[in-house]
Ligand binder design. Structure first.
Ligand SMILES: [Zn+2]
Ligand SMILES: [Zn+2]
Length: 176
């Protein structure tokens, strides 16, 4: 979906779009849409500068950090982004002060704001940095790669946990 800049006024216009899960790729190896992504908001224009505000609701499937199992993460992202024409990007990058002041600054090309790109970026930014399928996930064995939530492997057999070794020593000393 694209918003034509020419058609926008200063008072703003509402927009809404629902992306099917296959309609929008997150272009991320570890995350994809699990269901629809609904975006709605307001877009307005002041000369060349377009301001887009709104909300995105979706459920994203990400991989568990420990075992890589798919985890559904419901997301609700509010955004407020200013867009200027791509041609002006160079001028802005030189102006460090403006950059710091307005971190949510993006660019548009060919007279239209790319809403697909905006939604994709906002979702990726909102993804949890650490995601576990469950708090007590045991992860994968670093040696054989087996999912330790399903079954224990034998890689650690014969290796004595230092804590048990200490306990064994205590017992030995006590019985003397
Ligand atoms: Zn897990
Ligand atoms: Zn193993």
């Amino acid at each position: 979906m694209r918003i034509e800049v020419d058609r926008l006024s200063e008072t703003g216009e509402s927009f809404a779009h629902t992306y099917g899960p296959d309609e929008l790729s997150l272009e991320d190896e570890f995350a994809h849409l699990k269901g629809e992504a609904r975006v709605s908001g307001q877009a307005s224009r002041k000369r060349d500068e377009v301001s887009v505000k709104g909300i995105i609701r979706s459920t994203v499937e990400v991989a568990c950090d420990r075992c890589a199992a798919p985890v559904a993460a419901p997301l609700e992202v509010e955004f407020s982004t200013a867009f200027i024409p791509r041609e002006q990007a160079a001028a802005v990058t030189e102006n460090v002060e403006l950059q710091e002041e307005d971190l949510a600054l993006s660019f548009y090309e060919d007279g239209a704001v790319d809403v697909d790109e905006l939604v994709r970026e906002q979702i990726l930014l909102a993804l949890p940095t650490r995601q576990l399928c469950r708090e007590e996930c045991r992860g994968l064995c670093p040696i054989c790669g087996k999912d330790l939530n399903i079954a224990q492997c034998s890689c650690r057999e014969g290796e004595i946990d230092p804590r048990w070794a200490a306990l064994a020593d205590l017992k030995k000393n006590g019985s003397e």
